[in-house]
Structure formats: C-alpha cells, structure tokens
Design a protein around this ligand. Structure first.
Ligand code: PEP
Ligand code: MN
Length: 383
C-alpha cells in the first residue's frame, strides 16, 4: 500500500510524526519513506510492506497529512501503475520533461572516438534543433581485445563540446559503480555545462549491485535497457531496483531480443511492447532501433529498416529514441555498420515527426471512439 502525503508536508510537524508513529505501530507492516524533491514541490510517499490486506484504505485516508492511498496491484511497487493510481508518469531533468506523453531523440555516437567526430555530431544536432545526444565513453564489449571506450579520459572534452553546442542531456552507459563518480566529477570540474542520463546496458540489466548503486543517487536519471534474454517482467523488476533505492527518474528502453528468430536483424525487434510497458508502469519508454536492427538494410520501398522500426516504435507511443549516428561510419570504433550518417539526420527527424503526428492522431481517434477525453496526462507535447 502506498500512502501519498500532502505535498510539502513538514517532516518536523505534528501531523507527520503522529502519522508515522501510527503506521510504524501497525502489526506485521514495514514502513519505508520515499521523498521526491521536484522543482515545484516535494512529494513524500510512505510504502507499507507486509500484511497490508487487513488495513483499511478509508481509515488511512482519513489520517492527518494523508493526501491519498493507493493499493499496490503490481509487483513493481514504485514504478508500477496500480489501480486508481494517479501518480505522475513524468520527471523533469535539465529543464526537459521526460514523460509518457513526450518524445525526445537521442542521436549520437555509440562510442566516443575523436574530438572531431564528437564536434561534428554535436554541431549537426544543434543545426537541427536537438538538445539531447548519446555518447558512449565506457563500452561493454563481447571481445576483450575490442576497443573498450576512452572512459573518463574523454569526459572533459565531451562535456565541454556539449556545452558549446547547447546539448542538455547525454545518454552515457556506465558499466561500473565508479563510473558514476567519474562522470559526476568531470561534470563538476567542467562547471556542469550539460547533463547526463546514466545508461545501463542490456548486459547489465540484472547486475543488481550496479542497479542499486545507480539507484542510490538521485542526481542523474537512468536509461535502463531491457535484458536481451530475460522476460519483460524480469527487466521491469530490474527497473524497480533503481526506484526502490530512491531513484525513480527511470526511462525503460526496448532494444530487441537476442534470438536467431530475429535474423537477419541483429535482434528481434520488440517495439510492440511500447504500449505494454506504458500501461504496466509509469516509466517513459525508449526504443533503440540501432541495436535492434544492427545494420543498414533497405527494402524495395527505399526506406532503411532502422527508419522503419523507429517509426513503428514512435507510432506505438515511444517517448525517446536512442539511435547511433556517426559522421564517418567506416571510421567508427564501435557499431559503424548500423550508424546513420549526418546527412541522414534531417530525413530521420522528419520521419520521426511524421510517425509522432500519426501517433497523436491515433490517440485522438481512439478517444473519439471511446467517447471520452484523451487518457494519460495533458501537456508536454511532442518535440
Ligand atoms: C549501446 O546502446 O551502446 C549498447 C551497448 O546497447 P545494448 O546495451 O542495448 O547492447
Ligand atoms: Mn552500439
């Protein structure tokens, strides 16, 4: 059971202390307090775990300081969407709204290689009105002799260039707890010219100690990739690890499943799960067409498979796109064969906008046929 308190409740006040005292004395119930500090207000939620069946929602609802009570109906207590759950489905970071109602494109380098390539990428993004990118500094590679990423050495110039070109958020994978600190230190030293969304790769979806470490900090939001060979439920539980440690600024990323059934794509594209994740949880959902498709196949309609699956994700309501680009793909140190070129960027963005418009119209159509106003949250339109 989740007890949501009145916004900005005074933690030293009488109401709060009486309420906490009452809840702590309930038999066979553990109490966990979670505080979410937002730009406008601080929301405190109290999670009651244990034998909650016998508790009366009405009784708890009437206690001083309580705004509302939500009964947990999903294993994902914090990030799940429960019955009559009106909790928000978005968060803010770097002045941007990340929600189940918005769309952001994170086009960029799979792996940071040279300052020249990073600069060309960021210049192109700025020229096309983009404020987010992806830049891999720490690369988890199948082969130990493959390029492992420049690691912390590249962070100062990557962050400086991001600031120069107005990039506000960089999706950057971390493969070890120490990388969080390295990123934080480099950002601090550079004067925080940009922000970072910490990415947890598909190989680490169930690296529980990494999840806990990333979840313990609330400075940086997290992009969690779906595990390539585990069930959706297992991956959603992995996301819950982050939230249970305190960080609920989590975006869930579909990136295809490893199976030869997906051939000739690198992975079997799973973007049909976009609406499923959106209804099971309150997380915005990202799609990664590059690591799903893994190549530049183009069918007789003249459209690249990467464009096709991106559109499929967006038309199903995806909220973020993580996509590999490179100014000179043959020279890319990682994943060159699946990289789009800078010349393809405007085409890609226009195609995304088209699919987004179609999604919004489909949403209106569904509302019209249901005879009710559009579901979900209002505001925060498409980018
Ligand atoms: C990546 O996005 O660079 C990456 C390695 O993806 P994944 O973890 O999905 O393989
Ligand atoms: Mn890659």
């Amino acid at each position: 059971m989740i007890v949501i308190l009145e916004p900005d409740i005074d933690k030293r006040g009488e109401d709060y202390n009486r309420l906490l005292d009452f809840l702590m004395n309930l038999p066979n119930i553990q109490v966990r307090v979670h505080e979410e500090v937002g730009a406008q207000q601080t929301v405190t939620e109290i999670y009651l775990v244990g034998d909650t069946k016998s508790l009366s929602e009405e009784e708890i609802q009437r206690l001083p300081g309580v705004d509302r009570v939500v009964r947990v109906s999903q294993p994902y207590r914090v990030l799940g969407r429960h019955k009559n759950d009106q909790r928000s489905t978005h968060f803010e970071y770097q002045g941007l709204r990340f929600g189940q109602d918005t769309l952001h494109v994170f086009a960029g380098l799979c792996a940071v290689d040279t300052p020249e390539h990073v600069e060309r990428m960021m210049r192109a993004l700025q020229a096309h009105g983009q404020v987010c990118t992806r830049m891999g500094a720490y690369k988890p590679r199948t082969n130990p002799y493959s390029f492992q990423g420049h690691g912390k050495a590249c962070l100062p110039w990557v962050f400086e260039l991001a600031g120069k070109y107005g990039i506000r958020v960089i999706a950057m994978e971390v493969t070890h707890e120490s990388h969080i600190e390295e990123i934080d230190e480099a950002l601090e030293r550079a004067g925080r010219p940009t922000g970072v969304m910490l990415q947890i790769g598909t190989r680490n979806t169930q690296n529980f100690e990494l999840l806990k470490a990333v979840g313990r900090q609330q400075e940086y939001p997290v992009l969690l990739k779906r595990g390539f060979g585990i069930t959706l439920e297992e991956s959603l539980n992995a996301a819950e690890y982050l939230a249970s440690e305190g960080n609920r600024k989590v975006v869930f990323c579909l990136r295809g499943m490893k199976t030869n059934m997906g051939d000739p794509h690198r992975n079997l594209v799973d973007f049909g799960h976009v609406p499923v994740v959106k209804r099971l949880t309150r997380m915005p959902v990202c799609v990664d067409p590059s690591h799903s498709v893994g190549g530049r196949g183009r069918s007789s309609d003249g459209i690249l498979d990467i464009f096709h699956v991106t559109a499929q994700g967006v038309i199903a309501g995806a909220n973020m796109i993580l996509v590999d680009f490179h100014p000179d793909p043959p020279k890319a140190l990682v994943d060159g064969p699946q990289a789009l070129t800078l010349e393809e960027l405007p085409h890609f963005l226009e195609d995304v906008a088209l699919a987004r418009e179609a999604y919004l119209r489909r949403q209106e159509l569904a509302a019209r046929h249901r005879g009710s106003p559009r579901g979900g949250e209002a505001g925060g339109g498409a980018r």
